[in-house]
Design a protein around this ligand. Structure first.
Ligand SMILES: [Zn+2]
Ligand SMILES: [Zn+2]
Length: 169
């Protein structure tokens, strides 16, 4: 993913919007456990702020992941947004901006990091996924099962409290 800043560099204050896409990014597949299910898309704005370029970026990609409730594979949308600075000098260890040269911003490392940071820990195949029965493993999205509902400790505690109250009468 590359972004030409030839025009935006013409004067301070100049701003441009952009959109980029890529099938994958170098090293991303090795760092990501989930397969990509479509292109990586990113769009944003780049602004010439004098000694640096300010870039705002929003992006999205679909990842194939197992639902945290029912275990079925689903295409999970992953979105990200961030801002960064690009400068034509090498960053030191304390600097948190990216270097660029030849009027070209390379967005690969930034976008890869954003995707990795945005992968959901507990993805759901759909927001109302009912999950699996903990007793027989039936997929509650497809059908109910005959298992007795698990005992609910809150009601057990309430029953004990009521019984104790009856004894005091
Ligand atoms: Zn599910
Ligand atoms: Zn069951």
């Amino acid at each position: 993913m590359e972004l030409s800043v030839h025009d935006v560099k013409k004067w301070v204050g100049r701003e441009e919007s952009f959109a980029v896409a890529a099938e994958t990014l170098p090293d991303l597949a090795a760092r990501l456990e989930a397969p990509l299910r479509g292109p990586i898309k990113a769009a944003g704005r780049v602004r010439n702020a004098g000694s640096l370029l300010l870039v705002e970026l929003e992006g999205s990609v679909l990842l194939q992941m197992a639902c945290a409730r029912c275990g079925s594979l689903a295409d999970i949308p992953v979105t990200f947004s961030d801002m960064a600075q690009f400068r034509e000098e090498r960053p030191g260890p304390e600097d948190d901006w990216f270097a660029y040269e030849n009027e070209t911003l390379r967005l690969d490392d930034w976008v890869s990091d954003e995707i990795l940071l945005s992968v959901p820990i507990a993805p759901l195949c759909r927001t109302d996924c009912r999950g699996l029965c903990p007793q027989c493993g039936a997929d509650w999205n497809e059908s109910a099962c005959a298992c007795a509902p698990p005992p609910d400790d809150r009601w057990g505690a309430l029953a004990g409290f009521r019984a104790h109250g009856d004894d005091a009468d």
